[in-house]
Design a protein. Sequence first.
Length: 206
Amino acid sequence: MVNSPDTPIGHRHLKITAPSPWVKRFAPLIPAGGRVLDLACGNGRHARYLIERGCFAVALDRDVSAVADLAPSPRAQVIEADLEDGGAWPLAGQRFDGIVVVNYLYRPLFPHLLDGLAEGGVLIYETFARGNEAFSRPRNPDHLLRSGELIDAVGGRLQIVAYEHGRIESGPLPGVIQRICAVNDRGRSARADGEPAPHRVEAGPD
Ligand SMILES: C[S@@+](CC[C@H](N)C(=O)[O-])C[C@H]1O[C@@H](n2cnc3c(N)ncnc32)[C@H](O)[C@@H]1O
């Protein structure tokens, strides 16, 4: 299938194997050797990248055919689950040092993502936002973030390390995106004023 702006977004993703630059930039904040979740993982490009970095990755999608090769790995767990079928959260009681969600949005899951972060765990979330409909799919507002929505979703609980909202004009998926990196460490501080420690925001070497 040739990629075009009207190719279903899931199909376009299966061809993209490089991790998102946003995930690469903030993956170093995930505690070394941590347990991470790649939610709605598609071909598992982020699970694979994080495994390469020494993590154990849980790769979850409703269609796990593109991550079947990861199942035998001692550093991976593949879970097939439909996150929108009204059933229970499939990862109840589990905590992760990192949760990565890229180009998937189902708002009722936000509380589970926050509850699923271990102390010091890192949420890296990036997906399409309103305005994207002028460029390509997705165009359904259910799948497009409102301005500031990820800040509103996490700001009360997590330390927001970085946030962006705007147009991406190059790369395999041009469009309007919103992305956040936030850490579950607002409750821990070595300072009298209770401020959590700052994190490095520079991109590392490739
Ligand atoms: C646009 S792709 C993104 C894949 C991957 N996160 C990436 O960045 O390459 C969206 C993914 O969400 C998955 N997905 C969509 N609806 C889902 C649902 N109800 N439950 C679980 N996964 C779902 C699709 O199967 C697809 O793999």
